[in-house]
Design a protein around this ligand. Sequence first.
Ligand SMILES: [Fe+2]
Length: 208
Amino acid sequence: MTKSKTPARVFFTADTHFGHIGVMEMSKRDFASIEEHDEVLIANWNAVVGPNDTVWHLGDFAMKSSPERCQAIFARLRGRKCLVRGNHDRDRVLGLPWAEPPADLKVLKIPFEGGFQPGGHQEVVLTHYALRSWPAIHHNTLSLFGHTHASMPGTCRSCDVGVDAWNLRPVTLAEIVPWLRASPVEPEEWGIKRRQEAERARAAEQAA
Ligand SMILES: [Fe+2]
């Protein structure tokens, strides 16, 4: 008998701020204590992430936590964990056993059907801070970011993947892509291509 195995998935999240009392007021996370906050975020993470999945954390993993507390929380979170560094990620976070060395910007090609690119994959550009322009923006790459705690609206190709924007849990492209498709806001840089197309159409019309 063959065992059925769920294929590994890729999740994104940011701004968990484990141990940071101030984040509860700042981001209106309604908990009685930071301990309760941390426990709920750990439970939410482990409710969706499987042991074979990968989670890209886009920064601000913990704040005002001891190195020991950071290590204890990290050890309880399921999956293969990678970090794109946030402004609050100091040695106690950078020194955790991430599956890859923490980076400031990461470009990934993720196997995914139903995205914005052909060939069964979707390229994503991962940063802590939000970008207005990013590599291969004209080729339907996506910009995923954190830091803004759901305060900055995305576009049809960019999105805050932080816990404040996604019910305090990590998300996959299967959830992000429909959200992007529903956004009427195009990245500004697409305007260049639109203007060129309009100019070419006008020239063709005049020549006819
Ligand atoms: Fe941040």
